[in-house]
Design a protein around this ligand. Sequence first.
Ligand code: GUN
Ligand code: FE
Length: 449
Amino acid sequence: MTETIIIGRVLTSETPQSTRLENVALLVDTDGTIQERIPQGTARYDVLSARRDAVWLPDETLLTPGLTDLHIHAPQWPQAGMALDRPLEDWLGTYTFPLEASYADPAFAEDVYDDLVRTLLENGTTTALYFATIHEEASLVLARTCLRYGQRGFVGLVAMDHPDLCPPDYRQASAREALDATRRFIGAVRALPGNEHGLVQPVITPRFIPACSDALLEGLGELAAELNVRVQTHASESDWEHQHVLNRTGQTDTHALDHFGLLRDHTVLAHAGFLDQTDRALVRNRNAALAHCPISNAFFAGAALPVRDVLDEHVHCGLGTDISGGYSPSIFENARQAVLTSRLLESGTNPHLPASERGLPKSRIDFQEAFWLATRGGAEALGVSAGQLMPGQMFDAVEILGTSGALRLHPKDDAATCAQKIVCHASSQTIGRVWVNGRQIKEKASHPC
Ligand code: GUN
Ligand code: FE
């Protein structure tokens, strides 16, 4: 690969509340790092833009950082949008575990994972934190698929051994078996041909406390420390789940996970709507993070994540599609739903109550904050040096086509307006080229190259 010069309008978050819009020349090193970011109107910009190999973004397009999906179940892609009328505990047993069990067949996985990874790239997702299934071979298929398309993938072999919750044909037979499989999977992902730079990383993935024995949780905590591997799980997702963990452990999910050594640097807790301030302080102190899944929460949680508090308390947070608890593979769709649900949390929704008693004051987030969650928030949660188009960061980027319709971007639009238009209107139809680590992995047309 040679160094690349990209010239055009760039939108990037500085803080959750401030977004920067500038015409710049970006010099991307051969290893994919942004080396220079030179504003228009400088001598250096003139030098770079005179280079014959410079790549120019057309007018009315914008470059944003790549999007991070901080929580997605790859095997559930075939049931996206199905059975969402069922409570979580029913949905898992009746639909989800039987579907996931079918990934004992790696050929099925090849088909689904190829379609999913391509779809995510079409939606601008350059980094994804995946739950796979309990099957080592099929989960390696997912890791290989990310590598093949050039997506930054964090892939977890699911660990679940609890006989009270997990069916006999879809669980590891013992804690020992799940721990051995997790250890083998970590080694196998790290050794995948083509993964020398670690584009794809293994993640320790206890499904959630109700699905795991104490011995398994304890062993996974030890493994995370021994092998220095990230952790992901579900936490305090619904009334049922939150209460189940309180009854079993006498603690909230967060404190129980911490007890087992699973609340570590860059641990991602999905949903987390029922965390209180003490739980969130513990998440922050451990440098762990929350994956906000607003669409899924509307169906399963029974409550909204108070994302305003999360941001104000400086807890790491990004967005997750939670396919298939959420139906949409688009992080932009989840960003707009994050704004909408925060507004509904603030206003309340029961028209039979007086306005003053209806909602939770000061709960809203705005569009710039949603843009930050979709880009920088997710990357910071994982400790990935991307999510911002600034020097020293990896060049993970998405070209937004603002050429027509509601997303038409005008030269006079300021940063906040661009962020708002993009969060409201961006979709796979308005996403052009996509880059990860400086490598272009998707063309303008709908299929990745
Ligand atoms: N809790 C445990 N497993 C799952 C899952 O697959 N989806 C969701 N939304 N919650 C879970
Ligand atoms: Fe989930």
